[in-house]
Design a protein around this ligand. Structure first.
Ligand code: IPE
Ligand code: IPE
Ligand code: MG
Length: 244
């Protein structure tokens, strides 16, 4: 692929975070039920996970279900949960073959029991893999993440393990669900909307943002390569001035 050949190998984002949006509209365009869009979205997940691993991305975080998505019709929520269970069953072998470590962020106890146990199994079965880490955000929101972190910090303070003077950015980050992971270098949202929708709000403070109108089920390896190419054109200043 021409796009991939022109990528600079020394400047691949370590961590890419993606809001996979547009499944419903993809289905609507075809006069199909929203669920067909979600089903085709799984193929895009496979393609992008593969592309990211090939490019040398270390962490790929995909927003699959937000805290706010619980407010969708029950039938859609249930269908998404069973799609998740099916996808885990189908992809376990591929993940292991590609040395990909699977993990999740989000309020796991809020998920149906069956989903929880499937997730536990696949996390365990891929735990020793040393290639890319694939992080799926499930029942996740940035405000949930920060609130949960602060609650745990308060508990630790109550038990005398922590005092106010200990609190700095690094400590707070260590209480977040992404503890130990680098912040996303590149943040991608498909589907054309220009918002963050409560995804990794703390962690994307200095991410490069990339928005594309392409609907998630249509987002393929070439699109991913284009996003990385755009990332490689950006000058990341982190508030400093460009060195002469
Ligand atoms: C994203 O696609 C997938 C989930 C939120 C689960 P949508 O379902 O939000 O699709 P649109 O935005 O309605 O097209
Ligand atoms: C964001 O998409 C959440 C996921 C992709 C899982 P939404 O479709 O839920 O976000 P809004 O409603 O456009 O903000
Ligand atoms: Mg949407």
């Amino acid at each position: 692929m021409a796009e991939q050949q022109t990528l600079q190998e020394h400047n691949i984002p370590q961590h890419v975070a993606v809001i996979m949006d547009g499944n419903g509209r993809w289905a609507k365009q075809r006069r199909l039920q929203r669920m067909f869009g979600h089903r085709n979205g799984v193929d895009a997940v496979r393609a992008i996970a593969e592309a990211a691993a090939e490019q040398g991305v270390k962490y790929l975080t995909l927003y699959a279900f937000s805290t706010e998505n619980w407010a969708r019709p029950k039938i859609e929520v249930n269908a998404l949960m069973s799609l998740l269970v099916d996808a885990i069953d189908k992809e376990e072998v591929t993940l292991n073959r590609n040395n990909i470590k699977f993990t999740t962020i989000g309020d796991a106890p809020a998920l149906p029991q069956k989903v929880q146990s499937k997730l536990k199994n696949i996390i365990r079965s891929t735990a020793k893999n040393t290639g890319m880490t694939l992080v799926i955000a499930l029942s996740y929101s940035g405000r949930w993440d920060i609130t949960t972190a602060v609650r745990q910090m308060c508990r630790d303070a109550e038990q005398g393990k922590l005092s106010a003077a200990d609190v700095d950015e690094a400590l707070l980050a260590s209480y977040l669900s992404t503890s130990g992971m680098p912040d996303p270098d590149l943040f991608i949202r498909t589907g054309g909307d220009l918002r963050v929708s409560n995804f990794l709000i703390w962690q994307i403070a200095y991410s490069e943002l990339y928005f594309t109108p392409v609907l998630w089920p249509d987002f393929g390896k070439q699109h991913f390569a284009e996003a990385i190419k755009e990332f490689q054109k950006r000058e990341r200043r982190f508030g400093r001035v460009t060195e002469e």
